[in-house]
Design a protein around this ligand. Structure first.
Ligand SMILES: Cc1cc2nc3c(=O)[nH]c(=O)nc-3n(C[C@H](O)[C@H](O)[C@H](O)COP(=O)(O)O)c2cc1C
Length: 177
């Protein structure tokens, strides 16, 4: 199975989750291509049977470089006629994940980011196998209070070992399914 782990991380939280995903996949005997998204990233997601895609959440959406990549990919695939009416299934699977702080409205402000990323894959005909919301502290010093006074309470230090252990279990579960 060809597996891609495609992720964007601005302050390092999503990198921790992405690394846990890839290490777990390798432990299970799979080979994984890791692609950390930047402004220059080019990737053919259709070359893979299974794609893990994640980002930190910024104003309810994935980070800009991930948004732009999704726009470029959608445009390119649409131009080649690979985004079809009815979005017929192509026998491939995507897992969409995010890290988020949820200071204002909890998980509700992360849902648009995950749905946004997932729509590229759903349009291409991938089945969305799961969506993972992992809590991530606000790293900039000026935002410290967001990590302690928000809707989710004190989220300092997250994603922590417990969060990452949960990610590992989810990866194992989805790959054994
Ligand atoms: C400038 C900024 C804006 C953010 N906006 C949101 C937001 O709208 N909703 C949310 O749930 N978390 C928000 N967060 C928290 C991040 O999503 C969280 O820290 C995430 O784990 C960052 O991932 P990264 O380090 O991989 O980029 C924001 C963080 C920063 C620094």
């Amino acid at each position: 199975m060809n597996i891609l782990n495609l992720y964007y991380s601005s302050t390092g939280n999503t990198i921790k989750v992405a690394e846990k995903i890839s290490r777990t996949l390798e432990d299970l005997g799979h080979q994984v291509d890791d692609v950390q998204v930047s402004r220059e990233t080019e990737v053919d997601v259709l070359a893979y049977d299974r794609v893990f895609t994640g980002s930190g959440v910024y104003t309810w959406l994935p980070g800009r470089p991930m948004q732009r990549l999704i726009e470029r990919l959608r445009e390119g695939y649409a131009g080649k006629g690979l985004i079809k009416p009815g979005a017929p299934r192509i026998g491939k699977g995507a897992i969409i994940y995010c890290t988020y702080g949820g200071a204002h409205t909890g998980v509700n402000e992360a849902i648009p980011a995950v749905k946004y990323m997932g729509q590229l894959f759903d349009h291409l005909g991938f089945d969305i196998l799961d969506e993972w919301y992992v809590v991530g502290e606000y790293n900039p010093a000026r935002m410290r209070n967001m990590s302690t006074e928000g809707r989710l309470g004190d989220i300092s230090g997250r994603p922590d070992a417990h969060d990452l252990a949960e990610v590992e279990q989810k990866v194992r579960g989805i790959m054994l399914a």
